[in-house]
Design a protein around this ligand. Structure first.
Ligand SMILES: [Zn+2]
Length: 271
């Protein structure tokens, strides 16, 4: 592993676990956030080592152990953490009650302004988007694969923050986390036709031809959708999971059998 800080993102150590953090958010009072890697856990290959998914065939006790490690690293409790099954949609939940039901109905976006609630999702190629409005102390987390991107799940999450949490879109900063990049995300006819039909004005800038191959740029698509939704600032880590399998799980890069790395964001209850 040869991790490095990248742009405004710092490679750091949270307790025993390596993780990335956004520099500007590190000093934000009470804000908790972390982009974990595949390292620091106890799972064995092909889930080595910090796999957080219970649905990929890994030993359940290893996954539980890994979850306990991230809670400890962030000094949060399991009961604060909110998760949902991901389904490649534009469904967004507004979480209003602290730890009412840690596992929500399926969705691909979670937003909250409730202190003490820690939003959590797992990734291996799909695009993670972290959202933060320091004015309202509101946060969001989005899972955008190609289907979610087509449905503009990023804008749906921003809308959930403006309509339900009183946020102004311009106050929101968005981070695009580690995910499969335009360098590696080769797509087939179904995806090409879907994007050309649904986003005719954007498709040519999102699809790159290289001989017989076509590559999709989900980073650019989500960045444009976030900016169109009025978000004030968008930062992209530009870390490709398929290029950096030494750091992250990659569904495509690892041939389908692999783990999921975790992202957490939320506010501690302030004093
Ligand atoms: Zn790549």
């Amino acid at each position: 592993m040869s991790p490095r800080s990248t742009g405004c993102f710092r490679f750091t150590q949270l307790g025993d676990l390596p993780a990335y953090q956004f520099e500007a958010w590190q000093s934000q009072p009470h804000l908790v956030h972390a982009i974990f890697t595949r390292h620091g856990g106890v799972s064995r290959p092909p889930y080595a080592t910090l796999n957080l998914s219970r649905a990929v065939g890994d030993d359940p006790s290893a996954v539980e152990h890994n979850h306990a490690r991230i809670y400890q690293a962030l000094d949060i409790s399991r009961s604060q953490t909110v998760q949902c099954h991901l389904m490649h949609s534009s469904v967004v939940h507004v979480v209003t009650v602290q730890a009412a039901e840690p596992r929500l109905a399926p969705a691909d976006g979670l937003v909250t302004a409730q202190p003490g609630v820690m939003l959590s999702m797992r990734f291996a190629d799909c695009v993670p988007i972290l959202l933060h409005d320091p004015q309202r102390r509101a946060v969001g987390l989005v899972h955008a694969g190609w289907r979610g991107t087509l449905q503009n799940v990023a804008a749906a999450a921003v809308r959930a923050m403006t309509e339900n949490l009183g946020c102004a879109a311009r106050d929101i900063t968005a981070l695009i986390g580690p995910s499969i990049g335009p360098c590696c995300y080769e797509v087939g006819t179904e995806v090409i036709q879907s994007f050309t039909t649904a986003l005719p004005e954007m498709a040519s800038s999102l699809l790159r031809r290289d001989g017989p191959r076509v590559y999709l740029d989900l980073w650019r698509a989500n960045r444009q959708q976030l900016l169109a939704a009025g978000v004030g600032q968008v930062y992209n880590m530009e870390l490709c999971t398929a290029c950096r399998r030494d750091l992250f799980f990659s569904h495509r890069g690892d041939g389908g059998r692999t783990g999921r790395f975790g992202i957490v964001i939320g506010y501690r209850i302030g004093r």
